[in-house]
Design a protein around this ligand. Sequence first.
Ligand code: ADP
Ligand code: MG
Length: 729
Amino acid sequence: MQNMEISESACSGDKAAMFFIAALKNYKRVRIGKVKNINGREMIKVKLSDSIKYIKGVGEKRAKIFGKLGIKTVSDLLYHLPRDYEDRSEIKNICDLIDGENVCVMGRLTGFPRSFRSKNRLTVTQAAISDGTAVMKITWFNAKYVENQLRGDCDFVFFGTVTHRGQLAEMVNPVIEPYDGKGRKTGRIVPIYPLTAGLSQYMVRSAVENAFSCLDEKIKETVPQDIRKKCSLISTEEAMHEIHNPTNFDNFRKAKYTLTFEELLVMQTGIQMLKGSREKCYCEAFSDVKCVAEFAKSLDFELTNAQKRVINEICGDLRKNIPMNRLVQGDVGSGKTVVAAAAMFAAVKSGFQAAMMAPTEILAKQHYKTFSKMFENWGIRVVLIVGGKSKAKDEILEKTAKGEADIVVGTHAVLTESVKFKNLALAVTDEQHRFGVKQRANLAGKGKNVHTLVMTATPIPRTLSLILYGDLDVSVIDELPPGRKEVKTYALGENMRARVYKFIKDKIGEGRQVYIVCPLVEESEIMEAKAAEEYAKSLSEGDFKNYRIGVLYGRMKAKDKDAVMRNFADGDIDILVSTTVIEVGVDVPNASVMVIENAERFGLSQLHQLRGRIRRGVHDAFCIMFCSSGGEVARERMKIMCETNDGFKISEKDLLLRGPGEFFGVRQHGLPELKIANLSEDMDILKMAGLAAEEIIAKDKNLENPENQNLKARVTARFEEVGGRGILN
Ligand code: ADP
Ligand code: MG
């Protein structure tokens, strides 16, 4: 049943009102009230959680377009912040105008505007205005309608770029608005919003404006009163108004600071609560971690000092009865696998099971092979679980459930319901950036208070790991095994293609193998597959007719992928054309050349990860990046790749050049993007917010006090978004 209260005025019987009511019924509104907007028209009242389709001027159809920007509710719209502003606040005298400046002028027409057709068949409309100090000429092209806008005996404001012809000031196609003392398009700082196809600045601006004027509730404060005072924040409501419609730049800065602080406080509070909730639970301490030394001796190489240090840090955690939650960062090839192996060894020797999850089947199988061999002489039983059904798999599941398997290696498949453990005590996820926070948590959920270890090759600048992994302890393997060579890297243009092809042929002649990473196709996996197939075909029909060419892409059946990888590893393929699926961890030491097409379209960290594939062999390695775009930033990025093989340096530069928005993409880290804060600028606010979060939690660790309820709601919402682990229980 709908519970409609229709206000008196809406029932006055005239047609418009009836139409209005009918429209409302269509919307299945539960609650109806009205307010007047700036023009005196009536609008429906809305709540922050309402759909934006109820905002005047939005409606069902436009709401869908907004949806493409992730804007669904009124609150989403208000948090859709301007990406930039145009300062149209200054109104100047015509006699003081300077060539080239963007400025507003207020004046009166000296006569009726005049329109005519120019030689090149444009409609030209011209007018002259005067403000008492001088006269300015104004010209519009193909805008005869302005004649109507300029009717009336009143002052107008014009915003545009000033030029001078002799003494006479001129503006072409200025923005116009009648002067009524409350300018909307002129005489103020105008917000410029991120758009999508089908939306104009005007539509977003008026939607935001209408949202504010028909908002039927107060915007609540997130930050408790005492902290707001201490950190000099303005009220959220004020900040929201200022950020969309700055009255001056000073107020704008205060607003931005306030909203940034709020966002980071939510983030920091959530992260610290995660950490706190972990410290509250107990697990069994591993009884035997010393045995790891024996394991290290059994390896056919000497561990690097960095590996030893990190293994010690891990063992330190495993000895405690608080679950470990550690991130191991190490550049491609730094030897993370053996570090994970050491931890799993300790788990098994202490009488528990361990599991390791890898993002691709190829990688899971490689780990399975590695571990089977490593643990062969220790009587440790390793099994592999991937997707699909088979009798063999059923047996493995049974063994795992009964505790007859000690170490389980697998893909996402280990997360499925059917996989049960007897006593899982350690969960390792490899190449973390491929998994979200949620999946990491799910694997841990397969046991009771499981120790978790996360391995990543995407090096996060140290200063920033705090915000991303604040709930994790971080270990860094900052040393490569001895004898590793740098990959010689070149960024080349099309004009070098023939020489590169000759180089490839020479290298194959020497017995080497080659990867070619084909152009990035982002639309869909189907498109990507097609692009890879076609690319390989063009090579095999063109320059590389007599060579053995293989193709590898994400959508292939696991069986086919394996076959291709095996053929490549066995040396039966000369050139492997691939998408970025080879990004994660498989070793083919004989492959020493990699060509990357359209390299400028990849992230630097990803390029680094890709070339890591050819860093492992004994042969000199060459990475050749073809770049078609010659933009300044693109060139700078390619230069970094050619200059260094240090993953940390690369990611830090990447962050500087691309900005954190892209760097912290959801895909990379499983955390939502920050909407307001900019981590390369707002480190100081981050620190303050961190301290404030500590202070709040110290007094009220579960956010139960009334003044913390709004904060609690936002933290919960934010962390649910990323698959929170029930931090607020
Ligand atoms: P990643 O950190 O990229 O996962 P891996 O763990 O796959 O790197 O190690 C890369 C290669 O280096 C493997 O073949 C591994 O056996 C070898 N390796 C690891 N540690 C050492 C070491 N201390 N000395 C020599 N080789 C090592
Ligand atoms: Mg690895």
